[in-house]
Design a protein around this ligand. Structure first.
Ligand code: X8Z
Ligand code: ZN
Length: 608
């Protein structure tokens, strides 16, 4: 135990009290629970800053050095985390104030991959974690072969090709080229998971999945049931959309390629993971092309909206609700476009570097409507960070992780066709039933299509963590689940030399994914509540709360609460309800669902 002790003492030099934390001595704590929580809040604030600063450099400048520095910062953070959790056990069974008890509970769930206590294993885990992230960020497929280095592209460029190409064979080539990149992460991932699982077990969880599912202010099993209930509520919506999309894709690519009653080939949806289908809306899914409204893509290019202008547009939505403008450092330190001279992790993310005002976005923005929505999404995270910055460190988080993901998307639900017209990015559509159905289809392609994917990623990981899925079955089980939930199949035969789950950022990045599933349902509940606060009367899909200070005030109040209270309380204050409920998303899409029921008559829906 000497090494970690010296490590902790040297690092944080917090005096005698720290000894308890570092040695995990559990009898007779030298400080009260309140003192302990206050100290942990203080010390973790400093440690997280170091972790974020090195993490930022690693993600925006991938080199051996930046990986090594980031891995070491992670190592220190995880060491502190494990010892603090252990020390917190000294307060088990004591009468604690609700706030202190909650802080201790938050502490215990504080990382997504806890390390085993053994320092050598911890160092291995941190090395693997940074390497997986870097490998994903650097992965490239050379479309015209390795002899043509100019044709070697990362996932963002490949994704753009997939979104805009309509040639079956070329799509297959791009899809396969990217998915083959997963293979190099397979071994690292299996080892990484083994270590993180060991860490979770040492903390008293059955496995890492149980730890992830414990972050929802209810027992883990109860949460599994909640997620299942929500999925069953929305499943009919998805199945109707799937049926319609299958018929449209069959018309486009041929009934021999997209067979009725069978899973749809995964490379035809304009998205690498078939998770959102909005990029095939314009030319394949749009119900009424005669009343078409151009997407904002063309206007963004024609009017030379660069990344800063797109971000300013998002900022002005938030300020219209009463939020502050972004700090000057945000503009100085963010990475909004892909730098030309170095490797970066392009997957969009929002950073809270110092738990105060140093907030940043890392993104490789393109002039597309999709990326416009993404920057509105990312600023949702940023405004959450800024809103809860005065809370203690352990409460500086979303009410639950689905809330964090839902903020920007709730705002995006107010980015209606009318709003896009208002900011000069779209032509006004003549109001008609057809125009409503077009708009609903476009949104459903983004929001409804996503739901099974939002569920499936962690469905798979939970089974991997519990040992039900063994490394030898990674790929087979991945595709079984994707077939079951999404009704899709790989376009070519995949085998166990590959690792297709690894071709999705959040798997090597070890970001839990159920948050997005929850967010996609929750954001409709939040949107409805904000529309009510804004005094909006009319069908929900027409509501935009842009400029409403009343809605903004309620929103801000929710954000400022962070994770300081059970999410059920937070939700109730805004919506009057204590449960996540898919009824609102179902109500929102009623016009489309009725239309789809008509359209799908006589089709053989579902898949074997
Ligand atoms: O990862 C994201 C955000 C960053 S939190 C861009 N999303 C998920 C994904 O891309 O897979 C947003 C939607 C789902
Ligand atoms: Zn997000």
């Amino acid at each position: 135990m000497l090494a970690p002790l010296i490590r902790c003492a040297a690092l944080f030099a917090a005096g005698a009290a720290l000894l308890a934390a570092c040695t995990g001595r559990q009898s007779a704590p030298t400080e009260t629970a309140d003192q302990f929580v206050a100290r942990v809040n203080r010390e973790m604030t400093g440690l997280s800053r170091e972790l974020n600063e090195t993490g930022w450099i690693q993600a925006t400048y991938i080199t051996a050095d930046s990986q090594s520095l980031s891995a070491r910062a992670l190592d220190r953070y995880l060491a502190y985390f494990s010892s603090a959790v252990k020390a917190s056990r000294a307060y088990d069974g004591q009468q604690l104030s609700p706030q202190t008890a909650r802080a201790l509970q938050k502490l215990r769930l504080g990382v997504s991959a806890p390390a085993p206590e053994d320092p050598a294993k911890r160092a291995e885990l941190t090395r693997l974690s940074t390497r997986l992230e870097a490998t994903y960020g650097e992965a490239k497929f050379c479309v015209d072969g390795a002899d043509h280095p100019d044709s070697c592209k990362g996932v963002d460029d490949l994704g753009e090709i997939l979104a805009t190409t309509r040639d079956y064979a070329r799509l297959e080539k791009i899809w396969t080229g990217w998915h083959d990149q997963g293979a190099q992460m397979r071994e690292d991932y299996a080892r990484f998971i083994g270590l993180a699982n060991e860490g979770a077990k040492e903390l008293g969880f059955a496995d890492l999945g149980a730890m992830w599912r414990s972050g929802y202010d209810m027992p883990a099993d109860e949460f599994t049931a909640v997620a299942e209930k929500l999925w069953n509520q929305v499943k009919p919506l998805y199945e109707a959309l799937h049926c319609y999309a299958g018929a449209k894709l069959a018309a486009k690519y041929g009934a021999d390629k997209v067979k009725a009653g069978e899973p749809i080939p995964a490379h035809l949806f304009g998205n690498m993971w078939a998770q959102q289908w909005n990029r095939i809306y314009d030319d394949i899914l749009m119900p009424y092309p005669s009343v078409r409204v151009e997407s904002a893509d063309r206007a963004l290019k024609a009017q030379h909206w660069d990344a800063v202008r797109m971000t300013k547009s998002a900022e002005s939505f938030y300020t219209s609700l009463g939020f502050q403008t972004l700090p000057a450092s945000f503009w100085e330190r963010s990475m909004l476009v892909r730098p030309r001279d170095r490797e970066v992790v392009c997957h969009a993310s929002a950073w809270d570097i110092d738990t105060q005002d140093d907030v940043r976005i890392k993104m490789c923005m393109k002039q597309t409507e999709e990326d416009l929505f993404t920057i509105y999404h990312e600023l949702g995270h940023v405004y959450y960070y800024l809103s809860y910055k005065t809370l203690p460190y352990l409460f500086q988080d979303g009410a639950h992780d689905g809330f964090h993901e839902a903020i920007g998307d709730t705002v995006n639900l107010s980015v209606t066709p009318a709003y896009l017209t208002q900011i000069g990015l779209a032509r006004a559509a003549k109001p008609s039933r057809e125009a409503v159905l077009n708009a609903q289809m476009k949104l459903a392609a983004e929001k409804i299509a996503f739901l099974p994917f939002g569920k499936v990623v962690d469905e798979w990981r939970w089974k991997v963590f519990s040992g039900e899925i063994k490394p030898a079955d990674y790929n087979r089980s991945w595709w079984e689940l994707r077939r079951k939930y999404q009704g899709i199949a790989p376009p070519v035969v995949r085998d166990e030399t590959q690792f297709d789950a690894g071709a999705k950022y959040h798997v090597p990045g070890n970001t839990p994914y159920t948050r997005y599933f929850l967010s996609f349902i929750l954001q409709f509940q939040l949107h409805k509540a904000l529309c009510d606060a804004a005094g909006f009367k009319g069908p929900l899909h027409e509501c935009s709360v842009f400029g409403s200070k009343e809605a903004g005030a309620k929103f801000q109040q929710m954000l400022a609460a962070g994770a300081s209270e059970p999410w059920q309380d937070t939700l109730e204050k805004l919506t009057g309800k204590r449960e996540m409920d898919a009824a609102v998303i179902i109500e929102y899409f009623q016009p489309l669902m009725q239309w789809l029921a008509e359209q799908n008559k006589g089709r053989s829906c579902g898949w074997t």
